[in-house]
Design a protein around this ligand. Structure first.
Ligand SMILES: Cc1cc2nc3c(=O)[nH]c(=O)nc-3n(C[C@H](O)[C@H](O)[C@H](O)COP(=O)(O)OP(=O)(O)OC[C@H]3O[C@@H](n4cnc5c(N)ncnc54)[C@H](O)[C@@H]3O)c2cc1C
Ligand code: FES
Length: 290
């Protein structure tokens, strides 16, 4: 925005307040799993709705007036602009208040923040996406980005695991991808109390037994709870993955989201600014990152 400086009579640029949220309407609430809902939002400002762009792996600050803010990954792909999808687990103050809202309620959004996945570097390579539980929330954006830009990537492999079929996020959507010929989609559950699960049963790293992966030409994007990192990293390193080709989405408690408050600092890095996507190599050099 431009204004005139009354003293110098020169035009000056008025910077946009980075903490100012924009209003967005909840256009759909979909219960995927108990306490894991998918919220579809659209900015009230039509121009913003059509021009807003993000990178897969970036997050935004979701605010509810009088309650507070929480960082949430953008689960929708930038290749499908106009709406934003957020997969939110009910955890505390902000998310509990969000769960009390109904369709058409207005929330605040600022962002997008963080570095996102290095999609330009990944282009031309194979891409392995490996997620456990809520880890699918940021990886779904990358998955659809890669599928919508299929010619830019070589082989795409998805490995996703949840405790049971009933706990699997985006279950119908992901099961419908299993037969796609341009994607190796491996879905597993730790156990199947229903007896009707038609995909794999077993822990996530077991999925490496069902496909060949060439670490020399593959980027791995990993996201999930700490146990997923522990076991997936073991397997990826044993396969010979270079440490700078293992990408991880890491979370820290955040406040400003823009590298000002220091809440999310790990060593000399701010998770909100230099992350949340770090290579395994970065993580090894930062104290207590994983
Ligand atoms: C980059 C990033 C992306 C994320 N993406 C998603 C996403 O896509 N979906 C999603 O559901 N969540 C996501 N999260 C996690 C989400 O931001 C947190 O769960 C957030 O705390 C929820 O806010 P809240 O106010 O509802 O919960 P809070 O009130 O903050 O409580 C959350 C949990 O933290 C505990 N807690 C509260 N305060 C503290 C404290 N000071 N120290 C330690 N523990 C505390 C609470 O007991 C509770 O268990 C993301 C986090 C980051 C950093
Ligand atoms: S959240 Fe403030 S510096 Fe990262």
């Amino acid at each position: 925005m431009l204004a005139v400086d009354k003293v110098s009579n020169q035009q000056i640029v008025l910077s946009h307040n980075p903490y100012q949220p924009h209003g967005a309407r909840i256009v759909r609430i979909f219960k995927m799993v108990e306490d894991n809902y998918l919220f579809t939002l659209r900015f009230l400002d039509d121009h913003l709705a059509t021009t807003f762009r993000h990178q897969p792996g970036q997050f935004l600050m979701l605010s509810l007036p009088g309650t507070g803010e929480a960082p949430i990954s953008i689960s929708s792909s930038p290749s499908r602009p106009g709406i934003l999808e957020l997969c939110v687990r009910r955890a505390g103050r902000v998310t509990n208040a969000l769960y009390r809202l109904k369709t058409n309620a207005i929330v605040g959004i600022r962002g997008p923040y963080g570095n996102g996945f290095p999609v330009r570097d990944i282009a031309g390579h194979d891409l392995l996406l490996a997620a456990g539980g809520l880890g699918m929330a940021p990886l779904r954006s990358l998955l659809w980005y890669a599928l919508d830009n299929r010619d830019k990537f070589n082989r795409i492999i998805l490995m996703y695991g949840s405790k049971t079929p009933g706990d699997m996020l985006f279950r119908e959507e992901l099961v419908s991808l299993v037969d796609r010929s341009d994607l190796t989609c491996l879905l597993t559950v730790d156990r199947d109390p229903t007896g009707s699960w038609k995909n794999y049963v077993g822990l996530l790293p077991k999925l490496f037994d069902y496909t060949e992966i060439d670490p020399a030409r593959t980027y791995a994007a990993v996201c999930g709870p700490p146990v997923v990192y522990k076991f997936m990293l073991e397997r990826l390193l044993a396969l010979g993955f270079p440490k700078d080709r293992i990408l991880m989405s890491l979370e820290r408690r955040m406040k400003c989201g823009v590298g000002k408050c220091g809440h999310c600092s790990v060593g000399y890095k701010y998770t909100c600014l230099h992350g949340p996507i770090f290579t395994y190599w970065d993580a090894l050099n930062l104290p207590e990152m994983i």
